[in-house]
Every structure is written in C-alpha cells, then in structure tokens.
Design a protein around this ligand. Structure first.
Ligand SMILES: C[S@@+](CC[C@H](N)C(=O)[O-])C[C@H]1O[C@@H](n2cnc3c(N)ncnc32)[C@H](O)[C@@H]1O
Length: 244
C-alpha cells in the first residue's frame, strides 16, 4: 500500500512529497536569502540570533546543522566552535547546499558540507555536542524518524535545537492569515517568480504541529528537559531538548 502524507494542504504520496519539497527548494535557492529578509522584515535574523545564543557553542564543540540551507546557523556556529571545533553544514537539497557552502566559504570559514537526508543521518551514535535544524523539520516526511536520528547522533548531555514556524497567538491570527495567503505569494511572484512555493510555505506552516505537540514529539523521540520559547508571538518557536 502506498503511504500518503501532506504537501501543504494537498494529500500526496510520500514519494511525491519528497519530489515536491525538492522542487520548491531548487526553485527558491538563488533568491532564498533576499526573500527571507523581505518576508520576515529581517526578523528571521533575530530568531536565529536567539537560537545561536541558546546553543551556547564553546570552542572545540562538534555541531551538526541539519537542513542548513544557505548556512546562517552553520556560519555562526563555526565562528564560535573555532579551529578545534567541527561544524557540519548539511541539507538534502543540492541547490540550497551549494549556495550555503559558497556563503560560508566567502566569510573565510571552511566547514564540511554534506548532502544528506535528516531521516538517515550518516553519522555515528553519540557524536555531536549540538544538533540544530532551522525551518527544516516542517518539510520532512517522517518527523518522528528525523527527531530520533537527531537524538541518536547527539552525545549524552548534548542539546537539540529546533527552530520552526509555529502557531501564532489568537490576536495575530487574522492579520497573519491575510499576510500569509495574499502578501507572501505576491512577494514570491514579484521577487522569485514563484508564487506556488510561497503558497506552499504558508500552507506547510498551518499543517505543522503546534508548540505543545512538537514538544511532545521531541519527548517521544527520547529527549529530556524539552522546552520552547515563543518568538514574535508564536510566529516562530525555538524548541530545545537534551539527550540524557
Ligand atoms: C526553509 S529552508 C531552511 C534553511 C536554513 N536552515 C535556514 O534557516 O535559513 C528548509 C531546508 O530544509 C531542507 N530539507 C527538507 N527536507 C529535508 C530532509 N529530509 N533532510 C534534510 N534537509 C531537508 C530543504 O532542502 C531546505 O534547504
């Protein structure tokens, strides 16, 4: 039997979802950074700065950034881990990873870069001090499998950080819906000539588990001391958990 899942509001086979997500990120890779700044009015930088603070990377740390895309987190982590550290920039999508690798290299930092699926991480057990995933989990087909993989590769005492769009507070719901379903696709069309990918973005955010559901999923994956921080009234949330 073919398993189905969702791609935004559409029901698709799991295989179709993987292809469709790949198409979205091949299509947006070149304009991804400028669109991020425009769509969030630069706020994604603050959310990432908060995540970097919570990661508390020390020199020598081994860090894995999953679905790292254009490399914002990996770049910041590599600066903090220093020459004795090891920071991996990974993503399933070659177009995104290529942009990320070049951006990181342009800052004079060299990080290992690897094309890989979060659901099958090619790393040993108990290897990393920190694992991060920013705005990536939403696109994964088997989020439970990906979260277990993230836990597996963490060292005991290591920390997982999941930054993702989340559920906004009630007062913001209406204006946020108007913005997401009208302004976002329009901006996508104007800037990246791709309204569809940005419609998918809005839909996939609505389909993503809310703060408490994701917290439970992280606990189910075996993480402890799971907590979350709402950012910009829940537009995004950072979840953290420890592998004991
Ligand atoms: C919205 S981008 C986020 C990029 C970057 N982390 C950031 O915060 O700007 C989502 C990324 O998730 C990646 N992705 C989707 N499914 C994945 C999977 N199963 N394994 C690894 N990466 C995946 C996509 O290729 C894409 O680069």
């Amino acid at each position: 039997m073919t398993n189905t899942t969702h791609f935004g509001y559409k029901t698709v086979t799991e295989e179709e979802k993987v292809h469709k997500v790949a198409e979205v990120f091949h299509s947006v890779a070149a304009k991804y950074d400028v669109m991020n700044d425009l769509m969030s009015a630069g706020m994604h930088r603050l959310w990432k700065a908060f995540t970097i603070g919570q990661a508390a990377i020390r020199p020598g740390f081994k860090v894995l950034d999953i679905a790292g895309g254009t490399g914002d987190l990996a770049k910041a982590f590599a600066k903090r881990a220093g020459p004795t550290g090891e920071v991996w920039l990974t993503d399933i999508n070659e177009s995104m990873l290529r942009v990320g690798r070049d951006r990181v290299l342009n800052t004079g930092i060299s990080t290992p870069t690897l094309l890989c699926d979060a659901e099958k991480l090619p790393f040993p057990d108990n290897y990393f001090d920190r694992v991060s995933v920013a705005f990536g989990l939403r696109n994964m087909t088997h989020k439970d499998v990906a979260l277990s993989e993230m836990r597996r590769v963490l060292k005991p005492g290591g920390k997982l950080l999941v930054l993702e769009f989340s559920k906004v507070c009630e007062q913001l719901k209406k204006p946020y819906d108007v913005y997401s379903f009208s302004v976002l696709p329009w901006l996508g069309k104007k800037i990246a000539n791709d309204a569809e990918s940005y419609r998918y973005l809005a839909e996939s955010i609505r389909m993503h588990p809310d703060q408490d559901t994701l917290k439970q999923m992280m606990q189910d994956a075996g993480l402890s001391r799971v907590q979350y921080f709402n950012l910009t009234a829940g537009v995004a949330a950072l979840h953290t958990g420890i592998k004991l």
